[in-house]
Design a protein around this ligand. Sequence first.
Ligand code: DGP
Ligand code: NA
Ligand code: NA
Length: 204
Amino acid sequence: MARGRFILLEGCDRAGKSTQCAMLVAALKEKGHSVELCKFPDRTTTIGQMIHAYLTNAKELDDRAIHLLFSANRWEAMQSMKRKLKGGTHLVVDRYAYSGVAFSTAKGLDLTWCKNPDKGLVRPDLTFFLDLPTTEAEKRGGFGEERYENRELQERVREVFLQLKGKEWVMIDARETVQSMHHRILKEAEENIRVGELDGRFAE
Ligand code: DGP
Ligand code: NA
Ligand code: NA
């Protein structure tokens, strides 16, 4: 059986990642795939609760300490994610290590230092970057509720993201309609899954 595909959606706040993740999971399920959603930060774990307290300004933490907690929150999911991928389940993932590096570097930490704790995490097979100009993100409402939701930081975050952009990234203009983004994402994801199934067959 072919290994499941790791499909990541990244982007700045308010770009519509969570909506697109939910739509992608539903569409792939509908087509008969085994697929699950993962979301980072995962606020349900003990580490995730500390991250939540930090994001909602209930708790202050050193920039490096919170960086390592975000990374630890990904590491604690590794065993289960690997098991699912190995069992042929596709994972649609809402944010991952790119967010980890983008946010902390935008706050002023060294890029290489930021990348180190995530080294060795399972890598995405396909990364969508939902790109939204910060001025548009602000108009979408709710901006300003959590710690990082201010224009200056979000602009720097977007710059770091674009610096991290790899050749396997698929850029999605988040100003498009929800449906048109969904069609594009689904088409690319299905193509990637097909390639994975072929690879799996050759490996047998
Ligand atoms: P979300 O639940 O996707 O809205 O993410 C919450 C906030 O945390 C959002 O502003 C993005 C930020 N964030 C997500 N992952 C990381 C990370 O690994 N490190 C840092 N510093 N911030 C992150
Ligand atoms: Na947010
Ligand atoms: Na989201």
